[in-house]
Design a binder for this molecule. Sequence first.
Ligand code: PAP
Length: 332
Amino acid sequence: MEFSTTSKPIPASGISPESLHEEISQLPKEKGWRGLQGLFLYKNFWFYPAFLKGALHARDHFQAQPTDIFLCSSMKTGTTWLKSLSFTIATRGHRPSDDGSDMTTASLRTAVPHDCIPFLEFHEYSTAVRGSEIPLFASHLPYTCLPKSVIDSDCKIVYICRDPKDAFVSMWFFLRKFVAGKNSTDVESFASIDEGFELFCKGSSSHGPYWEHIVGYWEASIRRPEKILFLKYEDLVEDTQLWVKKLAEFFGCPFSAGEEREGVVKECSFESLRDLEVTKSGKDEKRGRVIESSAYFRKGVVGDWRNHLSDEMGKKIDVIMEEKLMGSGFTF
Ligand code: PAP
């Protein structure tokens, strides 16, 4: 696999055609977690309008190429980490900089992972997306909501999922911060963790139902194993080096016998990325909302849910997941 050496962060487009507003306004709606605009039901999944507008635009305009690689995930399941690992793996060795250091590292030092690999639904104008010469894209869209050309072009997809209890806790803290960034009165009206939890269990969460998101990619990965690599955040934590190797092979740029993977793992570790100046001082702008880049690095551990949910709540999600995933062959 050959990547260009000139990829740059891509500015987000803020255009949202009237016809998309019109289409969204006709969809079933519920209030969601409050403090944000309501959730809209599209193809059996709930979306905040900001995500949905981009998704609909991508549906109508994005042209995937067979060489594209999509990093897909539900929210807060390890996307930032997967982006940094994928970007580092894919561009390694391609960019010696003036001072002799690896430019890949330099890029992650100067641009947060979300700027290195664009989200399809935040960069709805495909020409802007095509400005990147590294064919890596990300999406939070469910499998059945991906643009048709992504499926038809048979391009590769990596999907990452996470224990729903940790994903829920991570999402609740992130969205509360997102809401707070705009207006402090909004944060007071934002759903309590208990309310958010009940909605999550009903499937009413951003890109939810969470279990349906997983099942879509899981079943697709069984049908097309050579094109869809399915991984879990917890497995990535347990043996990052192994998954770095698998990712490189899947991307078509395997590590050579003597090439070390440890550097990639370290460079993309939670602590390394969290402590970068670009993370500490950066801001991410999405459709008029600004969020500090540091918000993408909260704790990065497995099992943090125990600090925020009761055992009963944990059990409740586990039972729901088991029920909903029954028959799919997928288990956590
Ligand atoms: P997104 O949906 O907004 O893109 P995403 O990156 O998928 O978020 O998930 C964020 C979670 O990944 C955070 O989990 P936490 O809230 O439980 O802490 C974040 O801390 C974690 N995370 C980010 N980078 C890393 C990393 N390098 N290693 C491990 N976990 C990470």
